[in-house]
Write a protein of this length. Structure first.
Length: 260
């Protein structure tokens, strides 16, 4: 393993373990060095799983053009979700911010079959879906002040922090995903709106892209895992004491609160 990969991975793990944001690692690479970013992400994933962290699912990131503009990036990417990151809706979030916690409203897809084909069809994706849930993703950067470029963002597990899942499963056959709209409120104020089709044209297209990418990377999606398919609207900054409620048509509500 390249010493620079190990050095960068150590910086990110140390920031995560100490809950203290640090400086970007891109000076060791190119700002847009996506390949090195995934190598760093994979190196830390291997160490974390060896230490007992359980992989629970995957996250798509930057599938929404509005969020790409927010982050100054131009292509979708992915990261890992571990069991210790997953919360049930209504849970108070007590994890303190490293840079700035942001909230994204997403659709979570739980799988009932492995996705191991070299080139999946949409029918493969539909057949593998068990049920759907509304979700929040809480993102936070291990780099001070969200000072990130593509390499930093991917290396830092795409800024994954927490996932808040709704508790009322909906079957794909009962959910008109292509026409689903999202509204997120902070208290009584609408702070983010969007549509399911903002995720690479359709969340199932986003999931298809991810399934193919992960097979090429040698780590395919497995039955029992879940995928959050990307933000349906702009990410929103969260402060202590904030309460968020999101409604996704056809999926219902999901709520969370940040401790004061």
């Amino acid at each position: 393993m390249d010493n620079l990969i190990i050095k960068a991975a150590d910086v990110i793990r140390t920031a995560w373990q100490n809950a203290q944001a640090g400086q970007p690692i891109r000076e060791l690479f190119s700002d847009e060095d996506i390949t090195s970013g995934y190598m760093i992400q994979d190196y830390n994933d291997t160490l974390w799983q060896a230490q007992g962290r359980r992989l629970a699912g995957r996250k798509l990131a930057l599938t929404n053009k509005a969020v790409q503009r927010q982050f100054g990036m131009s292509q979708a990417c992915y990261g890992n979700i571990y069991a210790d990151m997953v919360l049930v809706e209504g849970t108070e979030i007590t994890q303190r911010a490293l840079s700035e916690q942001r909230v994204e409203t997403e659709i979570a897809v739980v799988l009932k079959k492995d996705l191991t084909q070299t080139c999946h069809t949409i029918l493969d994706i539909i057949d593998a879906c068990d049920y759907i849930l509304p979700a929040f993703e809480i993102v936070d950067s291990r780099f001070t002040g969200w000072n990130v470029k593509s390499c930093d963002f991917i290396a830092d597990n795409t800024s994954a922090c927490l996932v808040v899942l709704g508790t009322k499963p909906v079957k794909l056959s009962d959910f008109d995903m292509a026409r689903s709209l999202m509204t997120t409120k902070r208290g009584d104020e609408i702070v983010s709106e969007g549509a399911a089709t903002a995720c690479l044209g359709h969340p199932l297209y986003a999931l298809q892209w991810l399934a193919d990418e992960l097979v090429r990377a040698g780590k395919p999606l497995r039955a029992g895992e879940f995928v959050i398919t990307g933000a349906l609207g702009p990410a929103v900054a969260a402060a202590p004491g904030d309460t968020f409620t999101a409604e996704i048509t056809g999926l219902g509500l999901v709520t969370t609160r940040f401790a004061g």
